[in-house]
Write a protein that binds this ligand. Structure first.
Ligand code: FAD
Ligand code: SIN
Length: 538
């Protein structure tokens, strides 16, 4: 076992983790330096695949205002968004985005040099900034990754997974144990500030827009450490992922395509969204998802279609170069053909409960980005609010840490030595087919805790997971990164199901077939681990 000390450790290299690293380095003179850990390559993350864009309530957009953005966010959030959080993030958007530009990030402009704001569902005005047409995430990641790689004050461990947080009996985080996927070595890193920027949970589901790294690790790490988690039952399913048979990790067809005028249709080209909502294709995301799903179930088909042929051919090519290319690779000319689309797990509204500065219920442990639950998104995230939340909260955690005297623990508490020791021992373990187990879990979650749930589907899913767990005899130490990920997925699946069982109403993305109504009073669901057991906080 290797040991090291860092003033700040950031886990995850999506937009939240990268920007936090750069801001902390810029603002704070840290004695023991900054370490950024990522379990794959530096740029790999959900962030990289973001298409539509980032909400920017910029002063130069005369048609927009924070009041309008706050109102849209709260409306989409189905009564569960926290007003103060929404207001803060909206009001910070102008200054934080302008700070982001200083790191080489660029957004698309028109021939006059003005930003081109696009429209997405449930936004009342065009306010979404984009980059590279439909490659917003990749463009931002590229700029921030370059800055981090070139910054001598930020150390980076790639292919390294955080496997356990070191939290003592006073609920103080003192560091993290990590596993190097290439050498299979463990390292204990002491630090008085650990920031989880580990992203989402899409890989828990059979069909998802999320890449392989989105396995909910941060939620499992935080839960095991005793942190409070919030609103885990709220999983956002995107209505339009490219539905090619056999393809379960689905390429996204951005909501911005509907923003530019594309329509949802059946195989005969007949539109159907008017049956579901007055705003049709631009209704809140949960409504469009259930509409597509309903059409699929009623007609016994495995996808509906998106008709973008009504958009000018040149505009399609210029505005959506990657969507055009990926569809063409699958034999679909989006200027002439309908695009087969179906819903897929996309985003986790819930996560580790934090305030705007990323503080969790554990001292020294912070969470930002999709892994966190600040209360911005409520029961249903408004499109393109996630990237904004990532950058605002990364900025805020950095500002918060600037004023802290970060003293790296040089010696670890006695009660944590036992935790570290578990990873030093060599255990005899048989190889497992983790890929097959993962597929089983994804199928269970899709059927039991998916777009439509009920007590029956959720209880069945729990029972199936109990059985599946018997095929995975690992309690602490695992043999590979994939095993650690699967261990986390099993745990997070159980937490999502238990939260979904507790919420006996339908609200936003949480739709219960046995409780169709929304309660008059909205409440967050809060859970934690106490004395080794899952416990809901009243
Ligand atoms: P991520 O970008 O997911 O990064 C998480 C990082 O943590 C990764 O580097 C991962 O490898 C690392 N990690 C995880 N676990 C561990 C561990 N145990 N140890 C070490 N490292 C770990 N949102 C918008 O606002 N606008 C959009 O247009 C948009 N489009 C999207 C399109 C797609 C296809 C997808 C999937 C999402 C989209 N979203 C969009 C959502 C948005 O991209 C994400 O919510 C956001 O990028 C999350 O950023 P993050 O930094 O929190 O996490
Ligand atoms: C999209 O481009 O449709 C995704 C936007 C988002 O998830 O915010």
């Amino acid at each position: 076992m290797k040991y090291s000390n860092y003033s700040v450790v950031i886990i995850g290299s999506g937009i939240a983790g990268l920007y936090a690293a750069l801001k902390i380095e810029q603002q704070t003179n840290l004695q023991d330096g900054i370490l950024l850990i990522t379990k794959s390559k530096l740029g790999e993350s959900n962030s990289r695949y973001a298409q539509g864009g980032m909400v920017g309530v910029l002063k130069e957009n005369a048609k927009d205002s924070t009041a309008s953005h706050i109102s849209d966010t709260i409306k989409a959030g189905a009564g569960l968004s926290e007003f103060n959080t929404v207001k803060f993030i909206s009001e910070s958007s102008d200054s934080v985005i302008k700070d982001l530009l200083k790191f080489g990030v660029q957004f698309d402009k028109n021939e006059n040099g003005d930003y081109t704001f696009t429209l997405e569902a449930a936004h009342s005005v065009n306010r979404v900034l984009h980059s590279g047409g439909d490659a917003t995430g990749r463009m931002i990641e590229k700029a921030l990754t370059k800055d981090v790689s070139e910054n001598d004050n930020i150390d980076v461990y790639e292919q390294t997974a955080a496997v356990e947080l070191l939290v003592n009996s006073n609920k103080e985080c003192k560091g993290v144990v990590v596993f190097n996927d290439l050498t299979h070595e463990y390292e204990t890193i002491y630090s008085s500030a650990v920031i989880l920027a580990t992203g989402g949970v899409g890989q828990l589901y059979k069909y998802t827009t999320n890449p392989a790294v989105a396995t909910g690790d941060g939620l499992a790490l935080a839960y095991n450490a005793g942190a409070v988690l919030q609103d885990l039952e709220f999983i956002q399913f995107h209505p339009t992922a490219l539905a090619i048979d056999g393809d379960e990790n689905r390429f996204l067809i951005s909501e911005a395509v509907r923003g530019e005028g594309a329509k949802l249709v059946d195989a005969d080209g007949i539109e159907f969204m008017h049956k579901y909502h007055e705003n049709r294709e631009l209704a809140p995301r949960d409504i469009v998802t259930r509409a597509n799903y309903n059409e699929m179930i009623e007609n016994g088909i495995n996808h509906v279609y998106l008709n973008a042929t009504c958009i000018d051919k040149n505009k399609l090519a210029e505005r959506f170069p990657n969507i055009s290319r990926i569809c063409a690779e699958n034999g679909i000319d989006i200027s002439r053909d309908f695009i087969p689309v179906a819903p897929a797990a996309h985003y986790s509204m819930g996560g580790i409960k934090t305030n705007i500065e990323g503080e969790t219920s554990i001292k020294g442990l912070y969470a930002i980005g999709e892994a966190a639950s600040t209360g911005l998104h409520g029961g249903n995230r408004l499109a393109s609010n996630s990237l904004l939340e990532c950058v605002v909260c990364a900025y805020e955690v950095a500002s918060y840490l600037k004023d802290k005297k970060l003293k790296t623990p040089k010696q670890i508490d006695e009660d944590l030595k036992a935790v570290i020791d578990k990873y030093s021992k060599d255990l005899l373990m048989e190889d497992l087919d983790v890929e097959a187990l993962k597929h089983e879990l994804q199928d269970i979650m899709w059927r039991g805790a998916g777009i439509l749930r009920s007590e029956k589907t959720l209880m069945n899913a729990l029972e199936e997971i109990r059985e599946l767990s018997k095929k995975f005899p690992r309690s602490v130490k695992c043999l590979s990164k994939e095993e650690y990920e699967f261990k986390n997925m099993l745990l997070v699946a159980k937490l999502i199901i238990n939260s979904a069982l507790q919420r006996k109403e339908s609200r936003g993305a949480h739709y219960r077939l046995d409780y169709l109504n929304m309660d008059e009073v909205s409440r967050h669901s809060l859970l934690t681990k106490e004395k080794g057991e899952l416990c809901f906080v009243k």
